[in-house]
Every structure is written in structure tokens, then in C-alpha cells.
Design a protein around this ligand. Structure first.
Ligand code: BES
Ligand code: MN
Ligand code: ZN
Length: 491
């Protein structure tokens, strides 16, 4: 995680290893003009020679520019000035971050012009820049041999902005911490990131913050509570299940907000075992849990004036003689019976017990769950947007808005009763799968039966919580969306 601070220095005289300056396609920015003047027209000459287009994603590093104090200037294309909106701003920050990650420097200072359309908000600008650059500079090291003589890399970012952007910086610090927490937990391999480890991470959050309490429910507790669905998923695993309950009190005895996250530390599929090719990515099947824990951490760090609970069912879905089977009928904590028609639809089974438990015990003002729930959601929305499901229009709009302003977008899909027939079963109140079509919707609809009477929304983060492939990482989504939503709820 980077350290962030505000800077009031000028680009040409700043004492920094690297000056980062935005340049438009065809128009000057204040900082670029200052550099051009101080250097006797270096930027003008680059532009005339065609080396400096200012187009989006174009970056250029200059060394030893005469008249500029810093040894390095990183120029970042912003695109056309009249099109420089919040999306373009966030994209330019990510480009700057990528370029900075490759430079052998420990500190950099950033000058970007304010966005042209969509409202001027220095807090938003600073927060967005800090988070985008922090995101780009993430390095996973937990299970790597320590580098012996690695090149230095970025640890500090200074952002040129006025003191009116302090709040944005404070929010960025907290959100970056939550995102880093979620990414680290998501990336950690499943032999290390077990339900016990997830519970230990929650313990660290509680120990660090005096206002936070933690309970970890064990298998026997779940048996007493009749959580037959959660227990069934865990039954084929040699590592014990955990139901993690964190509570933060920032608003006396007000009703809490609640976050619930899917914490399957590895999803082999159970007896309906997953085919070869991609099973290794199912270490990320606890990213919903990592996301709600990270959001909880950020909310606590920000000392938000609200009460918050975070509930994480964590299990492994393995293949074993003691495991559950297709056609088993499970008794849930809510009293609803479920026929298992596919042991790979396990996320909804652990969530249904956690959701009804959270509703019953805490009667939350609103409950949002996050889960890497369906491949169908990846097919529908790809890696761009998380799937959002809610019967409550206002809650859905709040979450969509929070996603847009935090560059962590969601897109709403329907939760109509019309799809319910797909979940019918002859042997139980419900089946755990809804057939070929509308897989993300029937999964959400399944969950909805366990939150009746509560303002609830579901985020399917199967496409957004990590980047696929050998060098992909957990992204930390939906931490930014959730924290933004909680911030908005408390102001
Ligand atoms: N964790 C998976 C969902 C998933 C799959 C996320 C691929 C990201 C990439 C979930 O537990 C699962 O296996 N879902 C099944 C449900 C099906 C059996 C109804 C799926 O999506 O195929
Ligand atoms: Mn599965
Ligand atoms: Zn899963």
C-alpha cells in the first residue's frame, strides 16, 4: 500500500524523484505549461515532432529536463480536453500508475487538471488518483522468496491539491487499506487461506480496533443453529467451517448495516466436480468474503458514524466420501428445505444460512451480500461490472451510484418472481439450481427467499473480483463500491 500526501509544490521546482504531469490532446494543462516554460519549450518541441500526442494511455518518461528540478518527468495522455470526464480522469490515473510501477523510484508527485464535465470535486479527484495509482502498483509477495537486490519501487505518492482535498485523501487511505486486505486474502493460495485463516484475519481486524468485536461460530454452533446447508457444503472438507461475525459500533444503539460475503476458500465443485481448466482460479471463491471484510476494515478506519456487522460463512467445497450429494435434501437455518441438484452451486447454500441468521439476529437497516456466485454473471457482464440484484429500487440506485463514483461499477439485473418456477423441486421447498437459463438471476432469487422482510441487495462479483489468467490478481472489488455506499449512508 502506498503512502499518500497532498503537495502544494509547483511541477518545475518540486523536489521529487518524479514529476507526473497530465497532457491533453491539443490543449495545455497548467502544470504542463509551467514545465514547458521552465524548460524552454521541451514539451512544445515534443508535440511538434509528434512524440507527445496527449492521447489516452500514451505515457512518456523524460530524463534530466533542463530547468526542471526533478530528474524525471512522466507525461500522461489525458485525451481531448472537452472529453475529460470522470471516466477519463480515472483511466489516466491508472495509466500513470502502470508507468510508475515500472520506474525505479520510491516517490512521485502528481499534477492532474480537474475534470471538465460532471462536477468539480477536489476530494473525488484526489481519492480517485490515489486509489488508481495504488491499485496499479500492487505487488504480491506473500509466498515468494524475498528479492535480494530488487530495484526500488514506489512507496509514496504526493498529489498536488489544496487542503480542501484532505477528506478525499483520508478516504483513499482507508479504502486502499481495505482493498489491499481483500487482494492479499484473495491471492493467498487455498492451502494457506483456509476458513481458519480467514477467521484469523478477522481476528486481526478486531484486535487492532477497540470498538470492534468478533465471534467465530464453530461447527457445533452451526449444528445447534440448524445450519444444514452451510454444514453440508463443508462436509467433504478436512478443514473445519467457520462463521465469522464482526461488529462495529459507531452510532450507539442504532440498527446496523450488514455485509455478508461468500467465503469458499476453494471450490472444487464437490461430487459435481469442476472440469480441468480453470479449477485453480477457484481459490478466489472467497473474494466476496474478502471484499466485505475489506469494506468493514475501511469503514472502521474511517470511524463512520454508523453501526455495521459483517458476517462471513467460510468453508471449502471438496470431493470426499463424507461429502454431500446431488439429491440430498438439506434443512436450512430458516426452516426452508433445499434439494441439492448440483453440489457446485454451493455458494448459495452457505449464504442462505448466513443471510437468514444475519436478518434474524441483527434486523439490519439494509443488508448487502457479495459473492463470486455464478459463471453466468461473468457471461452476462464480463469483468466490467458486478451483477446487482435487489427488489428495493432505492437501495439498488444507491449501490449503482456508489459504484459509478468509486470506479467500481455494478449493473442491475432483474429479480422478478417470474423466474421462480425454475427453482421448484418435488422433494424440497426449493432446488439449489434453476437450470440452463438466467443462472445469475435464479441464484439471486434463491438467496432472496432467505432475506424476506429485509432491505437486501446481492452483488455477484464472479467477473470482477479477480483478473483471470496466470498473472491475474484479486482486484479488491467490491470494496470501493461498498465503502462509498457506507460513506454516503453516513453523511
Ligand atoms: N464459484 C462458482 C462460480 C464461478 C464460476 C465464479 C466461474 C467465477 C468463475 C460457483 O460456486 C459455481 O460453481 N457456480 C455454478 C452454478 C451452477 C452449478 C448452477 C456455475 O456458475 O457454473
Ligand atoms: Mn461452485
Ligand atoms: Zn463457488
Amino acid at each position: 500500500m502506498l503512502e499518500f500526501s497532498l503537495s502544494s509544490a509547483a511541477a518545475d521546482t518540486a523536489d521529487t524523484p518524479c514529476v507526473v504531469v497530465g497532457v491533453f490532446d491539443g490543449a495545455p494543462t497548467a502544470a504542463a505549461a509551467a514545465l514547458d516554460l521552465a524548460s524552454g519549450g521541451v514539451l512544445t518541441r515534443l508535440r511538434e515532432a509528434g512524440d507527445l500526442s496527449g492521447k489516452p494511455s500514451a505515457t512518456l518518461v523524460l530524463h534530466g529536463v533542463a530547468g526542471v528540478k526533478s530528474p524525471r518527468v512522466l507525461l500522461v495522455g489525458l485525451g481531448r480536453k472537452q472529453e475529460f470526464d470522470r471516466r477519463a480522469y480515472a483511466r489516466a490515473c491508472a495509466d500513470a500508475g502502470l508507468a510508475l510501477k515500472g520506474l525505479p523510484i520510491e516517490r512521485a508527485t502528481l499534477w492532474l487538471p480537474p475534470v471538465e464535465t460532471g462536477g468539480q470535486d477536489p476530494n473525488w479527484c484526489v481519492r480517485t488518483a490515489a486509489l488508481a495509482i495504488d491499485h496499479a502498483c500492487y505487488r504480491y509477495t506473500a509466498t515468494l522468496k524475498p528479492a535480494e537486490h530488487g530495484a526500488p519501487h514506489l512507496g509514496k505518492l504526493e498529489i498536488a491539491a489544496g487542503a480542501d482535498a484532505q477528506r478525499g485523501l483520508d478516504e483513499a487511505r482507508a479504502i486502499a487499506r481495505g482493498v489491499a486486505f481483500a487482494r492479499e486474502l484473495g491471492c493467498l493460495p487455498p492451502n494457506l487461506c483456509t476458513p481458519t485463516h480467514v477467521a484469523a484475519q478477522a481476528r486481526l481486524i478486531a484486535d487492532e480496533h477497540p470498538g470492534v468485536t468478533l465471534e467465530v461460530l464453530e461447527r457445533e454452533d452451526m449444528q445447534k443453529l440448524g445450519m444444514g446447508a452451510l454444514l453440508a457444503v463443508s462436509s467433504g472438507s478436512a478443514t473445519p467451517p467457520k462463521l465469522i461475525v464482526l461488529q462495529y459500533q459507531g452510532a450507539g444503539d442504532a440498527k446496523p448495516y450488514a455485509l455478508v460475503g461468500k467465503g469458499v476458500t476453494f471450490d472444487a465443485g464437490g461430487l459435481n466436480i469442476k472440469p480441468t481448466g480453470g479449477m485453480e482460479e477457484m481459490k478466489y471463491d472467497m473474494c466476496g468474503a474478502a471484499g466485505v471484510l475489506g469494506a468493514f476494515l475501511a469503514a472502521v478506519e474511517l470511524k463512520l458514524p454508523l453501526n455495521l456487522v459483517c458476517v462471513v460463512p467460510s468453508v471449502e467445497n471438496m470431493v470426499d466420501g463424507a461429502g454431500y450429494r446431488p439429491s440430498d435434501v438439506l434443512h436450512t437455518h430458516a426452516g426452508i428445505t433445499v434439494e441439492v441438484l448440483n453440489t457446485d452451486a454451493e455458494g448459495r447454500l452457505i449464504l442462505c444460512d448466513a443471510l437468514s441468521y444475519t436478518c434474524k439476529r441483527f434486523a439490519p437497516v439494509a443488508l448487502v451480500d457479495a459473492a463470486t456466485l455464478t459463471g453466468a454473471c461473468v457471461v452476462a457482464l464480463g469483468a466490467q461490472a458486478s451483477g446487482l440484484f435487489s427488489a428495493d429500487d432505492r437501495l439498488a440506485d444507491e449501490l449503482l451510484a456508489a459504484g459509478t463514483s468509486s470506479s467500481d461499477r455494478a449493473w442491475r439485473l432483474p429479480l422478478w418472481d417470474d423466474y421462480r418456477v425454475q427453482l421448484e423441486s418435488a422433494f424440497a421447498d426449493m432446488a439449489n439450481i434453476g437450470g440452463k437459463s438466467a443462472g445469475a438471476i435464479t441464484a439471486a432469487l434463491f438467496l432472496s427467499r432467505f432475506t424476506e422482510g429485509t432491505r437486501w441487495a446481492h452483488l455477484d462479483v464472479a467477473g470482477t473480483a479477480w483478473v483471470s489468467g496466470r498473472k491475474g490478481y484479486a482486484t479488491g472489488r467490491p470494496v470501493p463500491l461498498l465503502v462509498q455506499w457506507l460513506i454516503n449512508q453516513s453523511t
